[in-house]
Design a protein around this ligand. Structure first.
Ligand SMILES: *Cc1c(COP(=O)(O)O)cnc(C)c1O
Length: 405
């Protein structure tokens, strides 16, 4: 008689975004006359840029011709894409990363979930709180998180690093020593960023205690300030302690097209002296058969002059929305942060409302949907996330409705 991996049964039942969808559907059924606007989505809405579409078309044509047809992609991904990444994301910033340290994948969600497989089951993880739920859930599936306490929303074996207004939404070194440290900057959900000196402290800390930092830089393209790092490898010593995750989803609209990559420097070794690069290469080669050629070709188009210009325009479009939301809420007396280096606005709920009370309040009084901060972790309670991924028109309307509450 087969048995399941019962770690899956430990996962808390209701998933944040399905709870939101249910509540919104009930509201819409009861109020069919009202037009609900979502500022809760973590997905892009602008179509793929013309340079990307053009390259997709020509790549499809190549697949129809025996002379240019492509079968399985090389294990690490196509050289043309890895070279473009090295040149523009790393060398251009004075960072030393080689093309064979880059693993092309189908996105950062799966990489962030899968990367834990190459570490011991008894390694302790540290996460920011609030946090992108995938990091913890994938470690629950791996049996690394201990017991869940529904009262506090905390796992007994996870080390939490609260990020709230008091510490500028920046994690502090935990009291217990972690083995794996998940950091995400610019941050989802808080929209916060840390500066280069702060990230350098994390790199020094990880090297000192022999931990690995898993650095999720999915929102790198949204950075507007100058003193903040675009990649963790801008920090000295990061090559011996950091794995970086990148995605084409938020910077170039590939959420439905799927493309990302993971960087593992060859200098990154375990306490036994094993290079993580070789373990991930083994895992990648065994459980992943490559991102599609046409998608990798389209990904390389992001690095062309035209592609860069067009994707930068899309990011500017979203960031204009972010500015509109942030400014209006601040004017109305809300305490807001984020929205400068990330498409997320993080606000303190007014009048001591809980995150879910404010969700209902906003839905009923402004017909606007956002995301309750408590859904990202206990320290998100009393906060609320709005995103800049809607259309300009909807953003203006939503803000106007909030003004008129
Ligand atoms: C959107 C997002 C990603 C990107 O995931 P993909 O699988 O590449 O679409 C990764 N990390 C965070 C924190 C995100 O919000």
């Amino acid at each position: 008689m087969f048995k399941i991996n019962d770690n899956y049964l430990k996962l808390p039942g209701s998933y944040l975004f399905s709870t939101i969808a249910k509540k919104v559907n009930v509201y819409k059924t009861e109020h069919p006359d009202r037009q609900v606007i979502s500022l809760g989505i973590g997905d892009v809405t602008q179509p793929l840029a013309p340079a990307i579409i053009d390259r997709l078309h020509t790549a499809v044509d190549e697949m129809a011709d025996a002379r240019t047809f492509k079968g399985y992609a090389p294990d690490l991904g196509y050289e043309f894409l890895r070279t473009a990444i090295v040149e523009q994301d790393y060398k251009a910033r004075g960072v030393d990363i080689a093309a064979d340290e880059i693993f092309i994948s189908d996105g950062a969600k799966s990489d962030s979930a899968n990367i834990q497989e190459i570490f011991s089951a008894d390694n302790r993880i540290a996460v920011c709180d609030p946090v992108y739920p995938v990091y913890v859930d994938s470690n629950v599936m791996a049996g690394r998180t201990g017991i869940y306490d529904p009262e506090t929303g905390l796992w007994s074996d996870v080390i939490y690093m609260p990020c709230q207004a008091e510490n500028g939404f920046a994690p502090e070194f935990p009291q217990e020593e972690p083995d794996l440290i998940y950091l995400c900057f610019p941050n989802n959900p808080t929209g916060a960023m840390i500066n280069r000196a702060q990230l350098q402290e994390w790199v020094d800390y990880a090297n000192r205690i022999g931990a690995v930092i898993i650095y999720d830089a999915a929102y790198e393209a949204y950075i507007s300030e100058t003193d903040v790092p675009h990649t963790i490898y801008e920090c000295e010593g990061a090559r011996t302690c950091a794995i970086e995750l990148r995605s084409f989803s938020k910077n170039a609209g590939f959420t439905g097209t799927r493309l990302g990559f993971t960087v593992i420097p060859k200098d990154l070794k375990s306490s036994e002296g094993v290079a993580l690069h070789s373990l991930w290469a083994r895992r990648h080669g065994t459980k992943f058969n490559g991102a599609p050629y046409i998608v990798q070709a389209a990904g390389a188009a992001v690095y062309t002059e035209e592609g860069r210009k067009q994707t930068e325009e899309q990011i500017a479009y979203y960031m204009k929305n972010a500015g509109i939301i942030k400014e209006a809420l601040a004017e109305l007396g809300y305490t807001v942060s984020g929205g400068v280096n990330a498409p997320y606005i993080w606000l303190k709920t007014p009048k001591e409302m809980t995150s879910w009370e404010f969700f209902d309040y906003l839905l009923e009084n402004a017909n606007v949907v956002g995301t309750p901060g408590s859904g990202f972790g206990p320290s998100g309670e009393g906060y609320f996330r709005l995103t800049a991924f809607g259309s300009y028109e909807n953003t203006l309307t939503a803000v106007e409705r909030i003004r008129n509450i």
